[in-house]
Design a protein around this ligand. Structure first.
Ligand code: SF4
Length: 466
């Protein structure tokens, strides 16, 4: 039964004091534990044993991720793991490395497990010329078996796209695409070093639709230099007119200690205030819901008949490294530099630097830089954190039966610690659980942080939550 109660929420504008109070650094919880907890000192034999054990469970499908890191120029806000180059030969050399990694991984894999999800991210996946996309597709299809309804998606930079790229990824099976847009205002685009006329974005969407892609998503970012509530409202209006199936409206993550190019925004004093960011998000949410989009999780919007909206309503939404997804319960295999892989009991991440990634493969070893083995307690907290990030209600009896512990008693102190969030109207507790209110939607990360056992270990190097 689909409940419209949470699907199209009335946007609620929190008071500025509330935003100031809760706008603190925090994880985005695309995983729990989060990536900063992964360690090069992980017990590698135990990690490999976990991967082998995971492969015995044929009931778990596979999700694949390919990281294609090259970009021709750097967008100054970028937080991704990229390699900036105009050297075209890099593409073919990198596909060679990916083929080597697939070959090294294959003996570990039970390839009878169907692939239900495949994502090409970056970087700029269309840095690869069409013939290299085809070659990569052949290498993937030679090893993996795809479910008939597999979701195969690619990140598109409309500035670096040709019709031939669209067709090459379609030949590879892509049925979804997400387009980086960020902001349509020319002054903002100049300030972030990403010049992208709206007509170019419209052209990319037309090519994708003509080629048969079922779903086209647009990514926007609020909190960029020179943005104002009015300018961002215009961006949202212009993007709604392009009629995407989904939108992601991300908060700009300002982390200049990790991404030095972002320092220029501080030097030029161009970043909007927290209050202005909030006004942008509120206006965007209002415009998108008025245009008929359902608000999914913190930063995603989708047409109400989109499978993401349906999953949100029926409680099957999940969160992974690409954001919100409908494909829960899969083991993730990441390929390429910096990519992350996941089984039920482990994470592992490849080398973040291309030379190290390449060197490991040339030595015939898997390019794993660091990893993490989850304890039973980590898995229980992961279930709690994922429910907070993906559901409208955290229900103790349901979780208790899944986790084999009495949740209300085991996490009594964490639940007690929610009192101030409840007093501020972010959630409403009762004897068997708590509901996240429309006001709390913006602060899901803050609520989840109360159940994160690792927050106090080591310096917090996260972006702010609003
Ligand atoms: S195109 Fe995307 S990945 Fe590349 S620099 Fe710009 S934002 Fe970063």
């Amino acid at each position: 039964m689909v409940s419209p109660r949470y699907t199209v929420q009335t946007p609620v504008e929190p008071a500025h004091e509330l935003v100031r109070k809760y706008n603190i650094p925090g994880p985005r919880y695309t995983s729990y534990p989060t990536a900063p907890q992964f360690s090069a000192d992980v017990d590698r034999p135990a990690l490999m044993a976990e991967i082998v054990a995971d492969n015995r469970d044929a009931s778990r499908p596979l999700s694949l991720y390919f990281h294609l890191p090259f970009c021709e120029s750097l967008c100054w806000y970028c937080g991704c793991n990229t390699v900036i180059t105009q050297r075209r030969a890099s593409a073919g050399e990198y596909v060679d490395l990916l083929c080597q990694e697939i070959a090294l991984t294959q003996p570990l894999l039970n390839t009878a497990r169907p692939v239900t999800q495949l994502h090409f991210g970056g970087g700029t996946p269309t840095f690869l010329p069409p013939e290299e996309i085809d070659r990569l597709g052949r290498a993937i299809n030679a090893v993996f078996t795809f479910a008939p309804d597999a979701e195969i998606s690619v990140e598109i930079d409309p500035r670096r796209l040709t019709k031939a790229h669209v067709q090459a990824y379609r030949r590879l099976g892509c049925n979804r695409a997400s387009l980086g847009v960020q902001d349509t205002n020319p002054e903002v685009q100049m300030a972030i070093h990403r010049w992208q006329p709206l007509a170019q974005t419209a052209q990319a969407i037309k090519w994708l639709r003509d080629a048969g892609y079922q779903s086209v998503s647009v990514d926007l970012i609020y909190g960029l230099p020179l943005q104002t509530e009015a300018s961002f409202a215009k961006t949202v209006e212009e993007v709604i007119a392009l009629n995407p199936d989904r939108l992601a409206v991300f908060s700009y993550a300002h982390v200049p200690w990790i991404k030095p190019a972002q320092k220029i925004f501080d030097q030029r004093n161009q970043l909007p205030s927290t209050e202005a960011k909030l006004a942008m998000l509120t206006a965007a949410t209002r415009a998108l819901t008025a245009a008929g989009y359902a608000h999914i999780g913190m930063d995603h919007f989708a047409r109400p008949n989109d499978e993401l909206a349906i999953a949100h309503d029926n409680g099957t939404l999940y969160r992974n490294f690409q954001g919100y997804t409908t494909r829960a319960g899969a083991s993730l295999y990441g390929f390429g530099m910096s990519s992350i892989s996941q089984t039920d009991g482990s994470f592992r991440q490849n080398f973040k630097d291309l030379p190290e990634y390449e060197q490991a493969l040339k030595q015939g070893i898997l390019p794993i830089e660091r990893g993490f083995l989850l304890s039973p307690e980590d898995k229980r907290r992961r279930a709690l954190v994922m429910d907070i990030m993906c559901r409208s209600r955290v229900d103790y009896p349901t979780l208790s039966s899944r986790l084999d512990v009495e949740v209300a008693a085991t996490y009594a102190s964490e639940i007690d610690s929610l009192a101030d969030l409840e007093a501020d109207g972010l959630l409403a507790r009762d004897a068997t659980g708590f509901d996240i209110t429309p006001l709390g939607e913006l602060f899901r990360r803050i609520i989840a942080m109360r159940f994160d056992a690792y927050l106090d270990r080591g310096p917090r190097k996260y972006s702010k939550t609003v």
